[in-house]
Structures are given as structure tokens and as C-alpha cells.
Design a protein around this ligand. Structure first.
Ligand code: 7RM
Length: 663
């Protein structure tokens, strides 16, 4: 604490966010990968208009577009005048081209004996029947539909059936609370809800329909509920409103001609994806049809170096997150991919489940989140070592900055030291990957998302809106539109301007901090709301967390600030240890010194709370806002989107204990 104070008094800094981490490891592409890569030299030099006009050719248009884009910040439109159908592009055209027998999804249930290969023609039949069922329920172009399911085959089928009819959907994470669900149903004006009886989770079942029934008390606009029977568990059915999936589909045609793909305008609403703000009501992020699909398909092709004939691709995210929309469903299917779709958790029945899956299908491309990688690190490399992972040729990361230690572990223990890693930065609002290595071209650095995707114009600005030079930290902005950019917040244009466009007028402000290094590579520093101010130094969370994670006994760490009389704010670290290691005062001292040595005494946590789990969202992001509340002994804000709400209660107790110990 005194170190920080002295340093702060001696050297107040001008930077918007200070950076201290030095990472010198470099991983250039191999010649063999480069030779076969989808991204070839010259791609970064492509003209913006040429690039997005040419890439639009990946998609089949019913009517060709006439204007590439229109841009009047904050409003963007792409491929004006074009008409298309997303389901046609993701399903029908592959069948028509003779690729109907190709596997679209290797679906695998949580019970390991449920393996269902779904070919493109199977997918088409399922989608057509279900679209016919929705039509019978009165769904047509423009009808808002909600989907509240786990990772069952019916989930992508329901999404594609909606897009076939031109009905916009919102997918709500299976397991969100009744309140979270009803807020979204009401905000979008949903008339129909598609769900399942129960979801399977870690060997037990979680009732979804029972949550739906509670949610619908507050969402009277929903007039029909379709219930897929995943477990055939007992559920209450409301006559006149609820119908099982099978009953809704009974006797209906699976002939594509019986339910043609609705031609949609490029700018018609495709879906809403709600993101929870801190306390305010969730924002319905709008995505439209043409630009979104071009953006998802193009980035999926180049970033994952995807080869439809030979790759087995696995994005191990949940479809209820934007990552699942763009990189399990729409991007990969538009590109005719063969994917793995897995229902369960990584540690059920055992901690090698994922590696068993990689071996079973010969997965070549794996895309996951740092939180999952850190869990596997915590469990130990021996689980991966039991399986043949030699099919893997490319690894991806998304969702949070990846700690360099986790990046190296992923490369060594999962990628066998031979696979390029793409650390992909993007958001619900961006719809598609925007900052990423291109495998075969980019020299990667652990912890850096490296370069903007071709055609994407990114900058890092200081408080005053000036560009910061190499090495400086600041605010990440986008200066030009891209096809997948959100068209707004559903029903709330003012909030849209306010949240994203008012900090730097005319520029899209992502809410993230970033630094650019001497090579022009980007290092994401986390949400600017999480930046801490210690004795006049503005510190990002990631570097301190990564310093902690680089200690051999630390599995995972998150830092937050609490008020401090001397330094303004003081850092509190929440640390999960590996294996059987125990927290102690000696351990705390060791970790504080470790941070001091690895980055700077300024960054030394004032205290450390040891905890078996950190509070995370369903998509695995650490909720530092809640940690701030815990560190400050404040009542907790909204916890409804937590993966496991019990975690914070326990944390509060531990933090109270630690604080008492300090005094
Ligand atoms: C795709 C997704 C968006 C926020 C974003 C960042 C963080 C995502 C990375 C990352 C550093 C990454 N959509 N984020 N990817 N930070 N490096 N590769 O996560 O809407 O759920 O979240 O996630 O803070 O603003 S999201």
C-alpha cells in the first residue's frame, strides 16, 4: 500500500490506462500452414468496398443488392436492395448442391450414449416440418418468437425455422430466471415461445418449462408455447396454449416445397440478442439479415481457416450467447461446415469429456473461452493427455482477454505445440469477429488479439479523443461500419446513441480499454468500467490478473477496487488456487510479492480473498462489478445472469473473514 502511494506521488501518469505487462513470446505461422491458408498475403491491402462486395458472393441472394452500404452514424445499412433468406443459405442450398448427406451437426447428448449425426438433408427435413408447425400456430413474417432451450438439436432447428418464415427470434439462455425471461418476452413482444420440458445438466435435470410457466404470468402476450420433450419428465401443460413439439409437428410435410423460404430484405430484423446492462433493463441488440450473414460467414471462413470438405469444427459455446449464434449456427452452416454440437458440461461424467469428444469426431478446429481453458488448467493436463488430440489444427479463444499463461497452456497441452491460436475480440453488438489473428499470416503473441480484421478500422483514443501512440493504453473505438454492426437497441434509439456513440461523437465506443504495441498489435484490457485508480494510476484488471495466474499455484484470479483512505482505491484480488493448494497468510504475501515483481509494486493487491469459484455469467465472463460490491461490503446488484448465484454469497462470507483478519 505504501509502495503504491510513494510511486503514485512520485510519478503521476497522463495515460488513460497505464500498461505494465511485457510479453516477449512470438509465434510466427509455419510455412506449411501459410501455404494452405484461406487468408493469403494481400488480404489486408484489399479495398474496403471491393472486400465486402466480393465476400457478399458467399451468400445466395434472391435479388442482388444495389448499394453496398449507407452510413450515417449511428445508423448503418448494408447490401441495400438485396433480398435473401438465411435458412436457404444455411440449409437448402447445400442440399440442392448435392451435399445433403454431409453432416451438419454431430450432436452429442450429455449422456455419452446419445450420439445423433444430423446431415444437411436431415436438418432440412426437421426445419421444414417445424416451420410448418409454426405456421399452423400463426407464425408468419414479422411474428416475434422466443426460444428458451438447452443445447438440443431442436434449438438450431427452431432458429432456422424462424428464419425460414421471416419471423425474428430471440434466444434466451436456458436457465436464466423467470424474471430475465419475462423481461425479454415483453420487450420484444413475443407471441410464441419454444422451450423444452427439462434440460440435462451434470447428471440431473433442470426444469425449463416450470420457469416458463412462471415467466408467462408476467408476459401475457405469449399465446402459444411449444415444448420439446427432452427428458419426458412430468410438466404441466396449459390447454389451448401449450403443445408438445411432436404434437405440433404431427402429420406435417417435410418437403421443402411445402414451406418455401421467405424472401427477406437485407435490412429486415433477423434476431435480437439481449445483453444485460449493470442494473438497467436488458438491451435488445438488433441484428438484421444480409450484413449479419455476410459478416458471420466471411469471418468464419478466414479466421478459422475453415475447409468444408475436411474440417470438423467445434465451437464449444452455448447457442444462447452471440458466439453460438454467429459461430455455431449461422456462420458455419452458411459455409457448409460439419460441426460438433454438445449438450453438456466439460466435466461430466469426467474431466476428460471434451477431449473424448475431440478424439471421437476428429475435431480439427476448437473455439472456446478463457474461462474454460482455465478450468481445464485447474483440473490438470492429464485429462487431455489420455486422448488423441492430433486431429486439432487450429484453436480459438473468445469472451475475455486470455491470460498469457492460459494461452501457452492451451497451445502446449491441447494444441500439441503445433496449432495456431486465434484470440478473437468482438461483442454482441459487433455481430462478428473484429480483432483477430489470421492463421497462416499473423505472428501471434500470448494475450494479444493482434490485428483488426481486413476492412475493420479500429483506434485507441485517450480521454480527449486523441489517438494514443504505440505502447499507450486508452479507449477502443471503431471508425467505420462493418456488415455485422448492430442496427440499434430494440425500441430505444436514444439509449443506443447514449451508450455507444456519445463518448466520442461519430465513433462507436465499445466500452473496452486497449493498448497498441510497437508492431501495431492490440491488447485488450477489459471493460473500462473495471479500470481501477490506485494513487493516481489508472490500472486495468487483466494485467494484474495475468500476473497472478502466472504463479504456478494460481488457477484463476480476478481483481476489483475498494475505497482506500490513502490511495483513493486499493486492489482486492479474488484468487482460486490449483488442485489442493490452500490459501494462507504466507500464500497471500507470496502472491502480493509475485505481482510486485512481475509488473509493479503499484499493482500489488492490498488484500487477497481465496475462493473455490469466481462469480461468472453464463458465457463465463467474470462479473467484476459484483466483486467490487463484495470488496466494498455493499449489497449486491443484479445477480440474475450469474451461472451459479450461490457463489457470491459464499464470497461475501470469505471476504468478511479476510477483512476481519487484516484488521
Ligand atoms: C463475443 C462476446 C463482449 C465483451 C467485449 C470484451 C470481452 C470478448 C474478447 C474480449 C478480450 C477477447 N460478446 N471480450 N472477446 N476481451 N479479448 N478476445 O464475448 O457481448 O458477450 O461480450 O467481451 O470486453 O466487450 S459479448
Amino acid at each position: 500500500m505504501t509502495d503504491a502511494n510513494q510511486q503514485g506521488a512520485a510519478a503521476p501518469q497522463q495515460q488513460a490506462i497505464e500498461t505494465m505487462q511485457v510479453e516477449e513470446r512470438r509465434f510466427p505461422p509455419t510455412a506449411a500452414f501459410a501455404a494452405q491458408a484461406n487468408a493469403q498475403p494481400g488480404i489486408y491491402a484489399r479495398d474496403f468496398d471491393e472486400l465486402w462486395a466480393t465476400e457478399a458472393g458467399r451468400i445466395d441472394w434472391f435479388e442482388p443488392w444495389t448499394t453496398l452500404y449507407e452510413w450515417e452514424p449511428p445508423h448503418a445499412k448494408w447490401y441495400l436492395g438485396g433480398t435473401l433468406n438465411v435458412c436457404f443459405n444455411c440449409v437448402d442450398r447445400h442440399v440442392e448442391a448435392g451435399r445433403g448427406e454431409k453432416i451438419a451437426f454431430h450432436w452429442e447428448g450429455e449422456p455419452a450414449d446419445e450420439l445423433v449425426p444430423i446431415s444437411y438433408v436431415d436438418l432440412q427435413r426437421r426445419v421444414v416440418v417445424f416451420a410448418n408447425a409454426l405456421r399452423k400456430l400463426g407464425v408468419k413474417k414479422g411474428t416475434a418468437v422466443a426460444i428458451y432451450m438447452g443445447m438440443v438439436p431442436e434449438l438450431p432447428v427452431a432458429m432456422l425455422a424462424c428464419t425460414r418464415l421471416g419471423a425474428p427470434h430471440t434466444v434466451v439462455f436456458g436457465g436464466f430466471s423467470a424474471d430475465a425471461l419475462s423481461d425479454r418476452l415483453v420487450d420484444m413482444g413475443c407471441e410464441v415461445l419454444i422451450t423444452q420440458d427439462e434440460a440435462r445438466r451434470r447428471g440431473t435435470t433442470v426444469g425449463l418449462k416450470v420457469i416458463v410457466d412462471e415467466a408467462l404470468e408476467a408476459a401475457p402476450g405469449v399465446r402459444a408455447v411449444v415444448v420439446a420433450q427432452r427428458t419426458h419428465g412430468p410438466v404441466a401443460m396449459t390447454p389451448g396454449r401449450d403443445v408438445t413439439w411432436d404434437a405440433a409437428c404431427a402429420g406435417l410435410s417435410d418437403d421443402p416445397a411445402s414451406c418455401p423460404c421467405e424472401p427477406m430484405d437485407a435490412e429486415d430484423l433477423l434476431f435480437l440478442m439481449y445483453t444485460s446492462g449493470t442494473t438497467a433493463k436488458p438491451k435488445g441488440i438488433v441484428h438484421t439479415t444480409g450484413g449479419y450473414l455476410v459478416g458471420a460467414a466471411t469471418t468464419h471462413h478466414y479466421v478459422f481457416d475453415h475447409k468444408p470438405e475436411t474440417d470438423v469444427y467445434w465451437c464449444a459455446a452455448d447457442i444462447g450467447w452471440i458466439t453460438g449464434h454467429s459461430y455455431i449456427v449461422y456462420g458455419p452452416l452458411a459455409n457448409g461446415a460439419t460441426s460438433v454440437l454438445y449438450e453438456g458440461t466439460p466435466d461430466f461424467p469426467d474431466r476428460d469429456r471434451w477431449w473424448e469428444i475431440v478424439e471421437r469426431y476428429g475435431v480439427t478446429i476448437l473455439y472456446t473461452a478463457p474461462t474454460a481453458i482455465r478450468s481445464h488448467m485447474k483440473w490438470g493436463a492429464e485429462h487431455a493427455a489420455k486422448h488423441d488430440l492430433s486431429s486439432l489444427r487450429l484453436l480459438g479463444s473468445v469472451g475475455e482477454p486470455i491470460n498469457p499463461e492460459a494461452w501457452i497452456w492451451y497451445r502446449e497441452h491441447i494444441g500439441g505445440g503445433r496449432c495456431p491460436i486465434v484470440d478473437t475480440w468482438w461483442q454482441t453488438e459487433t455481430g462478428m469477429i473484429l480483432i483477430t489473428p489470421l492463421p497462416g499470416l499473423t505472428t501471434t503473441k500470448p494475450g494479444s488479439a493482434t490485428k483488426p480484421f481486413p476492412g475493420v478500422d479500429v483506434a485507441v483514443l485517450d480521454e480527449a479523443g486523441e489517438e494514443v501512440g504505440p505502447g499507450g493504453g486508452g479507449y477502443l473505438v471503431l471508425r467505420r461500419p462493418w456488415p455485422g454492426i448492430t442496427r440499434g437497441i430494440f425500441g430505444d434509439p436514444e439509449r443506443f446513441r447514449d451508450v455507444y456513440w456519445s463518448r466520442f461523437p461519430g465513433l462507436y465506443f465499445a466500452g473496452d480499454g486497449a493498448r497498441i504495441d510497437e508492431d501495431g498489435d492490440y491488447w485488450l484490457l477489459g471493460r473500462v468500467d473495471d479500470v481501477m485508480n490506485v494513487a493516481g494510476h489508472r490500472l486495468s484488471t487483466i494485467e494484474i490478473e495475468s500476473a497472478l495466474v502466472s504463479h504456478p499455484l494460481v488457477a484463476e484470479a480476478a481483481v476489483a477496487a475498494r475505497a482506500d483512505a490513502l490511495t483513493g482505491q486499493a486492489i482486492v484480488a479474488f484468487v482460486t488456487l490449483r488442485g489442493t493448494a490452500e490459501g494462507s497468510l504466507a500464500m497471500m504475501e507470496e502472491l502480493r510479492n509475485h505481482v510486485a515483481h512481475h509488473i509493479s509494486p503499484i499493482a500489488k493487491p492490498a488484500n487477497i480473498v481465496f475462493t473455490p469459484e469466481l462469480p461468472k455469467t453464463r458465457s463465463g465472463k467474470i462479473m467484476r462489478r459484483l466483486l467490487r460490491d463484495v470488496a466494498e461490503n455493499r449489497p449486491l446488484g443484479d445477480t440474475t445472469t450469474l451461472a451459479d448465484p450461490a457463489v457470491v454469497g459464499e464470497l461475501q462470507e470469505r471476504a468478511a473473514g479476510e477483512n476481519a483478519g487484516e484488521e
